[in-house]
Design a protein around this ligand. Sequence first.
Ligand SMILES: Cc1ncc(COP(=O)(O)O)c(C=O)c1O
Length: 328
Amino acid sequence: MDLNKLPRVSLAHLPTPVEELPRLSRELGGPRLLVKRDDQTGLAMGGNKTRKLEFLVAEALAQGADTVVTAGAAQSNHCRQTAAAAARVGLACALVLGGDPPPSPGGNLLLDQLLGAQIYWTGPHRRGEQLAEIADELRAAGRQPYLIPYGGSNAVGATGYVTAMRELSEQLSAQRLRVDRIVVASSSGGTQAGLVVGARAAGFGGQIVGIAIDKGEAGDEPYPVHLARLANATAARVGLDASFAPDDFVVNQDYLGGGYGVVGELEREAIRLAARLEGLLLDPVYTGRAMGGLIDMIRRGVVGSNETVLFRHTGGTPALFAYADTLV
Ligand SMILES: Cc1ncc(COP(=O)(O)O)c(C=O)c1O
């Protein structure tokens, strides 16, 4: 496996820092808590998608595309980072967003517009159901679109998290840290699948726990099955001789609360604690829920007080501004 040979454009500030969260850890009575700051990847307010986009945009350029097209919720962090990545390399960007246009744009949607993306509203569909149709429209208008799936979660995008795991392993050995568990928000799967592939490649022995954010639609395959398929495709792409089964993925689906993007007391408390004890801003949809899950697992003793846990901050902070009413 030679990750350095894969086509990639540099978009992110790497490596992102690993920091301690001593005051949050003390508040919870242990364990030792670390945070990996992928909210600080640097591109237009950062986040996990920038790592995926380094590989996706490289493929778009190699294919001679003039437009990238992707999809998400109205407050999608993935869409905002895609719009920024496209702007950085001189491609147009079309975003296929669920919902209807709000009276005034806030959070990520404001940034999408500032970044020059062309927006298509698709009512109840936020997971790219109309991507192919819109790509056809663009082709009919003489454009050459490159399609990025919902969340950037295919083998090309997930490669960004194989390299992220290598980066983390190097940081942990340089800092002589041993991590028992990594906790990460998991939704379209590219982040968790890439991390698990990267962990196998790097010989990381800790557990990787995905906190599920979205329960998916009726008829979707079970999430661990999806993760295993994505991990196998990713391993094949990066040339790692390894295979993955659904059992290789730890997914906690206990924190789905009121559904995707619905803020409850779990997220509110986690956001408040991280902000007030560590000056660390989480987001209302993903990292607030994942940190809320971690806090609950610590309080219930599922995570032991003698462990070292690394929380992967995957970004999303701009969405805070769009959720102001539900947060304070
Ligand atoms: C802030 C944030 N965290 C986590 C995720 C989940 O990552 P993935 O879709 O790769 O599972 C997303 C996806 O949109 C996100 O925006």
